[in-house]
Design a protein around this ligand. Sequence first.
Ligand code: FAD
Ligand code: NAI
Length: 476
Amino acid sequence: MSKNFDVIVIGGGPGGYIGAIRAAQLGFSTACIDEWKNAAGGPAPGGTCTNVGCIPSKALLQSSEHYEQAAHHFADHGIGLKDLSIDVKKMLGRKETVVKQNNEGILYLFKKNKVAFFHGRGSFVKAVDGGWEIAVGEEVLTAKQVIVATGSSARALPQAPFDEEMVLSNDGALRLGAVPKKLALIGSGVIGLEMGSVWRRLGAEVTVLEALPTFLGAVDEQIAKEAHKAFTKQGLKIELGVQVGDVKVGKKGAHSQVTVAYTDAKGAAHKLDADRLIVSIGRVPNTTGLNAEAVGLKLDERGAIVVDDECRTNLPGVWAVGDVVRGPMLAHKAEEEGVAVAERMAGQHGHVNFNTIPWVIYTSPEIAWVGQTEQQLKAAGRAYKAGTFPFMANGRARALGDTTGMVKFLADAASDEILGVHIVGPMASELIAEAVVAMEFRASSEDIARICHAHPSLSEATKEAALAVDKRTLNF
Ligand code: FAD
Ligand code: NAI
């Protein structure tokens, strides 16, 4: 195998593997280096997303939602079940199979697109005439251009380092061997809510401790309020405005416990005992091992690689994408950047529109949004119109037995251009795609209101929310 490439991609997560495939499609000889190992020590490309992120979390969210439905909602449909049980081992086994299928799928895609795959840690050696030397294990590869897509890792609390047995990152949170009786989480962000939901549905008593005084501060306030109400009703205990202090881990083994000391929003001191603790307080970019310092690759104060709007680093021919650079830590954002960089290398005009990147939280109800929130528009002094439509008034939602939440449209007061769409409710993850397309084409709320939507479907709630902007809903 040749050791000289046009493009070397370091990191095989969504940013890296998709960027490598696009580069190969554009005619570049391309290599992708990734160090993730499966349980047998073999290659497991796909990064955080495939191995300990998007994919396994959604597999467990699905399994636990099936259980929740069977345990609490089948009866409403006249379906009775006797001796309902959970086999956590089997559930985790299914999740592992889903992960493995994705790992293998990526190796197949590399072969199909003639991307050379190297399993190991990639690091910069030095600049060479017109390119870069990159070491992987004993080998040294060269390339004219390099894309760094090394992703991110869970941020630990200084007083409670991860041991993945009692104090868990997203990794340990996805492979608990049994349902803990009491589960504590620190951080009520995306991981806290998704993982908290999984283990609550399976029977754990879950308490989430959050430092900020507001719940889901980045989400539209009205939507966040509705979601908070739903989660609280389900039994998720969420304490806002807390300050976490000492974390004590008791003896490891059958009856070990974690105790989290914290002060609540009013300043009162508490101790929370739990069987396990998940810490989900954000993620830090992965740059250790890249030998960044030796070649002068510029990092910011958070350790992220500094890039311009087009993902160029300070080094010639070196680009960086995904979680290791600024912007939201989302798999689809990483992928779009990978594609855009490959196209820029080929002299094309790859572009990522940060205003239309959708966000989804895969809880039940799901939360999804694109564009600006009402509080952002208010802060910017932008004149806007709002329209909402509750799933309660949607026939398909009633038939599904899932009427929580609403769709909300925000449109410019004068031009009616859609500025943001916010959904809390069933299948919000799928419904948001229509809003993304609309915003990408700079549609008005009237455009959506005039489009024929299938009946009965949840998407009719989107149309009705668009109609609500002009105060002319038909079904509410
Ligand atoms: P990563 O996926 O982190 O991949 C980086 C890869 O590079 C890894 O395989 C790593 O081992 C490898 N690497 C690092 N350094 C080197 C080196 N020097 N040499 C060789 N290889 C190296 N996002 C969503 O959009 N939707 C979701 O539903 C979602 N769910 C998530 C759930 C959880 C629990 C977590 C933790 C994250 C989730 N995310 C989700 C975020 C998503 O996983 C990340 O945004 C995404 O994986 C970033 O892609 P990336 O390619 O930048 O990095
Ligand atoms: P997050 O940034 O979503 O949430 C972290 C939360 O922890 C915040 O609410 C923050 O205020 C709180 N926090 C920080 N320090 C704290 C402390 N000392 N005590 C108490 N609370 C504290 O980060 P999270 O949940 O770790 O997820 C990381 C990233 O992974 C997300 O931002 C997202 O980009 C990505 N992700 C995306 C998913 C999706 O798209 N569905 C699912 C899971 C993760």
